[in-house]
Design a protein around this ligand. Structure first.
Ligand SMILES: Nc1ncnc2c1ncn2[C@@H]1O[C@H](COP(=O)(O)OP(=O)(O)OP(=O)(O)O)[C@@H](O)[C@H]1O
Ligand SMILES: [Mg+2]
Length: 248
């Protein structure tokens, strides 16, 4: 685990309540530069809420979160700037349907990064090429498969050159045959040196690609370690049960 000073993401005693239910009960997590951390755990354990707190889609109740050394939890934080530094890809696909693939990526670069039209489009095409979609740049979302749409979403986030990419089950809404094309793009994203936090039910991705696996249980980190430690020979019965269920 990286020391605080070296961490790209440093979460310290993060708590989140919805009404009087505490769904995050003191999460601590540090993610180093270029590290890929997989977050796994049962449904309802707080994985999405934790990711959403990092880019302030949810307001943490207490605790601090730093990204690139800067606190994201302060009241004066510029949320637009913050979300430029923190790319996020969700389960649901959220492209603008009336814009082409390149249009969707270009829009983000113009609106969020403030690039001019020509420069934004050139960069958008480059990032679509990186996710293997140069030939689909001028297609509309309805003309793309779910996996291709999800890759456009990754290109859109990556084009903004974030400090970290957050993925929340980006393949769980996809037909099985489309899952691997998205996972392959994520592997390449890691190979490019991107720091990544990936909530996933894809155990083979967590096992084969992640540098570290964090198991969240009832809003707290129950265990973290190498994929081997957490997923292959887990010490906790709860994790053993989870791994067995995931294999079923
Ligand atoms: N906006 C909200 N209002 C009230 N409760 C919420 C809200 N969002 C999430 N919760 C609750 O917080 C808990 C954690 O939810 P979260 O979505 O973070 O779980 P998760 O680990 O991502 O689950 P899954 O694997 O099913 O996606 C759940 O009990 C959920 O019902
Ligand atoms: Mg979730």
């Amino acid at each position: 685990m990286p020391a605080s000073a070296d961490a790209i993401v440093a979460i310290d005693d993060l708590r989140k309540c919805f009404g009087n239910v505490e769904v995050l009960r003191g999460i601590n997590l540090k993610v180093g530069k270029g590290e890929a951390v997989a977050i796994v755990g049962s449904s309802g354990s707080g994985k999405s809420t934790c990711l959403r707190c990092i880019n302030r889609l949810e307001e943490p109740t207490t605790g601090t979160i730093r990204v690139g050394g800067q606190e994201v939890t302060g009241a004066k934080v510029d949320l637009n700037l913050l979300r430029q530094r923190i790319g996020m890809v969700f389960q649901g696909i959220n492209l603008y349907p009336h814009m082409t693939a390149v249009g969707n990526v270009t829009l983000a670069l113009r609106k969020v990064a403030g690039l001019g039209k020509a420069q934004a489009e050139q960069k958008a095409r480059h990032h679509l090429d990186l996710v293997g979609l140069a030939h689909k740049a001028d297609s509309y979302p309805a003309q793309l498969s779910g996996g291709q749409q999800q890759r456009v979403g990754i290109a859109r986030a990556m084009a903004l050159e974030p400090q970290v990419m957050l993925f929340d089950e980006p393949t769980s809404a996809l037909d099985p045959e489309l899952v691997s094309e998205v996972l392959n793009v994520m592997v390449r994203t890691k190979e490019m040196g991107m720091t990544m936090i990936v909530v996933t039910h894809e155990m083979h991705f967590a096992r084969d690609v992640a540098d570290r696996v964090v198991f969240i249980d009832h809003g707290a980190v129950l265990a973290e370690g190498t994929p081997e430690e957490i997923l292959v020979s887990p010490q906790h019965q709860r994790i053993r049960d989870f791994v067995t269920r995931s294999r079923a």
